[in-house]
Each structure stands twice: as C-alpha cells, then as structure tokens.
Design a protein around this ligand. Structure first.
Ligand SMILES: [Mg+2]
Length: 123
C-alpha cells in the first residue's frame, strides 16, 4: 500500500481515469467537495464541549470514523491537485509544497517565541 503522497496522488489519478471522471473533477466542484467533507469532519465535534469531544474520540470506533473524514478531505485535496495539473499542463509537486509551507510556518512561528503559545500578546 503506497503511503508516499505522490504515490497516493497517482493512484487517485488512475482511479479517476479508469472511471472517466475527469469531466466531473472541475476545480470548483473539488474545492466544494473538500469543504463538504471538512463539514462532515466537523460534524463529529459540533455542539460538544472540549471534554465531550475528547470522550467521543475515545469511544470505540469514533476515531476511525473521524479518520475516514480526514481521508475524504485529503482524497479530494489530491484530486484537486490532479485537476490543476491536468488543466494547467504543469507538474505540481504537492509534497514539496507541504514542506515549503512547514518551513514558512517555522519562520513565521519560531519555537523560541511561540513555545506553549497559540498567539503572541500584542504590545
Ligand atoms: Mg465523508
């Protein structure tokens, strides 16, 4: 089973091509699908307190259901990358984009300033 992000993206490209679904995979619809799946993910936590949400996560089978929604979000995200690549005709290295974003965030939120802080207090 491939776990490398590009291998997963290629697997999804084949999945879509085999079904001739490219015509349905417009960036607009894939962006909406990501949002909808993100909503399904959020639904697991809606109206629960922090403690209730933690109890829900610990309950047998619920973490797997949440991970399934995370997988849906990631699948549609990779399908969107494939659609962007297909439409622009330019290769996209999404793995590298993630690395670059992590590096950018590391510079934006240096550990020396942000350790144990979600935000800095304004002067
Ligand atoms: Mg779903």
């Amino acid at each position: 089973m491939p776990t490398d992000i590009d291998a997963l993206r290629l697997l999804l490209r084949e999945f879509v091509q085999e079904r001739e679904w490219e015509r349905f995979h417009e960036p607009k619809d894939l962006a909406l699908a990501i949002s909808i799946e993100s909503g399904e993910l959020s639904e697991h936590f809606l109206w629960k307190s922090i403690d209730e949400a933690r109890d829900y996560v610990k309950k047998e089978g619920n973490a797997a259901k949440i991970v399934e929604e995370i997988a849906d979000v990631m699948i549609y995200s990779l399908n969107l990358v494939n659609a962007l690549e297909r439409i622009t005709g330019k290769p996209i290295d999404v793995g590298n984009a993630i690395y670059e974003k992590i590096e950018k965030n590391a510079k934006k939120y240096p550990a020396t300033l942000y350790k144990n802080k979600a935000r800095l207090d304004k002067p």
